[in-house]
Design a protein around this ligand. Sequence first.
Ligand code: HEM
Length: 420
Amino acid sequence: MRKMVMLLDLDLIQDILVKDFGNFTDHGYYCNEKDDPVSAHLLNLDGVRWKTMRAKLTPAFTSGKIKFMLTSVVDIANQLVNVLEETLSSTNMDDGVHCDDLMLRYTTDVTGSVAFGLNCNSLKNPESKLTEITKKGCSYRHSMPVMSFMLLFPKLSRKLGLKAVVEEVSQFFLRVVRETVEFRDRTGEQRKDFLNILMELRKPNTVDNLTMDEITAQAFLFFAAGYETSSSVLSFCLYELALNQDIQDKARREINEIIAQHDGKSTYEAVKEMKYLLQVMHETMRMYSVGPFLSRKTAEDYIVSNTNYVIEKGTTVIIPMDAIHYDPDIYPNPDQFDPERFTKTEVENRHPMAWLDFSRGPRACIGSRFAEFQVLIGLSSLIKNFRFSPSQKTQIPMKFNMYKLLRGPEKGVYLKVEKL
Ligand code: HEM
């Protein structure tokens, strides 16, 4: 019901994401700022609202700020190791540990702590309130036909007051953020988290001020964009390492060497040096790109360079990541897991648009550096302490859950785990 064009030519993709970005700034997703303020986060905003908010948030994602926010992640990764160790005695290893569930609890705790300074404790208590809320937050408020209606007729949907975020989730975040901001304003408490950075970005009595609703939506964004994506990468990474023991051993050698030089700890500084582990992560993301495609809306008629083709105003442009990531001309034997594809030289020899998991250009993932550290700190702690291998319940070959928007395993990632 909507005009779409699907791009496969990497030069044209580069024109659209980078060179001529000004004509393709919008995602065309649905949000309703008036009735459903939590939905108005960066990912869902378009036009001038997106541009202003992106400029306001960019300073929150500099490496200095990320390092500041990551302090708690190392502690949570230690808890992850302890919880997994405790789980081993009560797990039937013929089936193995439910690793994707564990990874989701790890990233929930990281996100709660980094976004709001909340101690969610979902690793220790899988039934925690925040786990319940975030699981609901990842599901859709409406059925597919209603969601399609909102995407096709956003103005009418807004007039009808249609909301996108599940009511309980939005009420939860509105309350938690309001209470926390008021408490910190009253007591002058400072925390090393994203909310603290957002509060510092407030400039009262200027047009640049962030309202309470805007702060809530951007803090919620950490959940909307950050925790499920990172846990999906972690789970598929463990899965591939379990199937490829030689690669797991090589990663462990690097981790042990580097951690030994950093007082035995998986810190920000240590994981920054783990080049091979980053290659492992990027190869996982090539094979299991978290989002199925990138999407842009065409602002004005656009003539494709050196051709007579016109992409008409209003057309949705789709960039299918999987088709590119599995193109054998770009990645020979694309079904094979091979982190050597991501050495510095290999990457430099490829087209810059050949790997798009964090996207490219001014609208690329704003949290990519944070995501990398969150994944690498978790992964290095796990690989250092445990060996992962397939169990009788491991699904080989992997199949995906077709009822989720983001990539997830059909039957979970179950792996045999041994303490080292
Ligand atoms: C491995 C984990 C992650 C992956 C694979 C990922 C991937 C992506 C992708 C593909 C986009 C769309 C870019 C586009 O349309 O061109 C995106 C956007 C975004 N991501 Fe991530 N992301 C991850 C983690 C995170 C984290 C931890 C955050 C934390 C805040 C985050 C925040 C965002 C935001 C705010 C946007 C919207 C940017 C905008 O529209 O200007 N992401 N991400």
